[in-house]
Design a protein around this ligand. Structure first.
Ligand SMILES: [Zn+2]
Ligand SMILES: [Zn+2]
Length: 363
């Protein structure tokens, strides 16, 4: 659980954008909803990304696939000594990364927590947006680290499309196949490197005993899924029924450690993964948003409760793991910052931030 390279002593985080953005930039956005949601740090007010050290950027902060606020879909980025890593590629990731001024020419890897559409829906646009030297995009291979195939659908789920359970490799292959005409044209017309040779997929091997229709998230020690000169990445299975496999990631650098939960119900695996982290970016669902409206069925609300984590539960995990700072993101439901944070604060005494789109945290 310790970083592969000696870590500097824990430093208080500078939530660089908080004081810049203030209330005026975090605008109310949802007409007709009972609560308002903050939207984003504006592009003009976003602080510069440091070229050395570690920065966390909450590029997009909404759960999906429904659009219920002005927040973009889920995407989180880390910049380590000027190198870019992106976790999940939800709606708006392409513009969000550009507006945040992230160093896309040094995109090293993309990590996919699971294959729900709100986490991979904009992956095609993101990888095809500006690859290659003609447009200042990345020229080196980009690793895409994500789940392998679930092997089978959950019991009782009929197959409507074959093949029924593609993993990350088949997903990326299908994206390349769908855009083959565009890629073939641009490779010659714009002298771009072949995109298929740049996207290198690493499917995460399942821990022993984990199955789609058995134990989907057995208790496991975090295991390494990626390493380069700038960081080491560990993963653990998380509990996001009926989707399997679903992963949370731990990013260890010499500047500090950031954990990203992916989508999950409360699970002890997240406590293990988050142990002593400087920042825990955790998903959350605000059930009162759904419960107080008649339009959501009891079954739908039950699903949310069983596959996501309430703010109170996020606080319990952070407390047990000894996390220094909780950042709520992948927000399911609409609520005020105070409503989101109150639950976390009821069970956790550390620092709590309800993320806005493009918010920057410098470690
Ligand atoms: Zn999601
Ligand atoms: Zn999901």
């Amino acid at each position: 659980m310790t970083p592969s390279t000696p870590r500097l002593s824990r430093r208080a985080l500078l939530t660089a954008s908080l004081t810049v953005a203030g209330a005026s930039a975090l605008t109310a956005c949802t007409k007709g909803d009972p609560a308002v949601a903050p939207a984003a740090v504006s592009a003009s007010e976003a602080p510069a990304i440091p070229t050395t050290g570690l920065a966390l950027v909450t590029v997009g902060t909404a759960a999906g696939p429904s659009v219920r606020s002005a927040r973009n879909g889920i995407a989180t980025a880390l910049v380590v000594d000027g190198n870019l890593y992106v976790i999940d590629a939800g709606l708006g990731v392409t513009r969000g990364v550009a507006d945040a001024g992230l160093p896309t020419d040094r995109l090293k890897a993309i990590f996919l927590t699971h294959l729900h559409s709100d986490h991979i829906g904009e992956l095609p646009a993101f990888v095809m947006w500006n690859w290659g030297p003609p447009v200042g995009g990345p020229t080196e291979p980009i690793r895409i680290v994500g789940p392998g195939s679930a092997s089978e659908l959950p019991t009782g789920f009929p197959t409507t499309i074959e093949p029924a359970v593609p993993g990350t490799r088949a997903t990326v292959d299908a994206i390349l196949a769908a855009y083959a005409y565009d890629i073939n044209i641009r490779v010659v017309d714009e002298n771009r490197p072949p995109l298929n040779e740049m996207l290198l997929v690493d499917e995460i091997a399942l821990p022993a005993g984990a199955t789609a229709n058995g134990t989907s998230a057995p208790a496991t020690e975090p295991f390494e899924v990626y390493r380069d000169d700038h960081l080491r990445v560990l993963a653990t299975l998380v509990d996001h029924p009926p989707v399997f496999p679903s992963y949370g990631f731990r990013f260890e650098t010499k500047y500090g450690t950031v954990v990203v939960s992916g989508d999950t119900a409360k699970t002890d695996n997240m406590v293990t993964l988050s142990e002593g982290a400087d920042v825990l970016v955790h998903e959350a669902v605000y059930l009162p948003f759904y419960e107080k409206q008649n339009k959501y069925s009891r079954e739908f609300v039950n699903h949310l409760a069983q596959s996501h984590t309430t703010p109170e539960e996020v606080g319990e995990i952070a407390n047990r793991a000894g996390v220094e700072h909780v950042v709520l993101s992948h927000l399911a439901g609409v609520a005020t910052d105070d409503e989101w944070a109150a639950g976390v604060r009821s069970t956790y005494s550390g620092k709590v931030t309800v993320a806005a789109d493009r918010q920057v945290f410098v470690l």
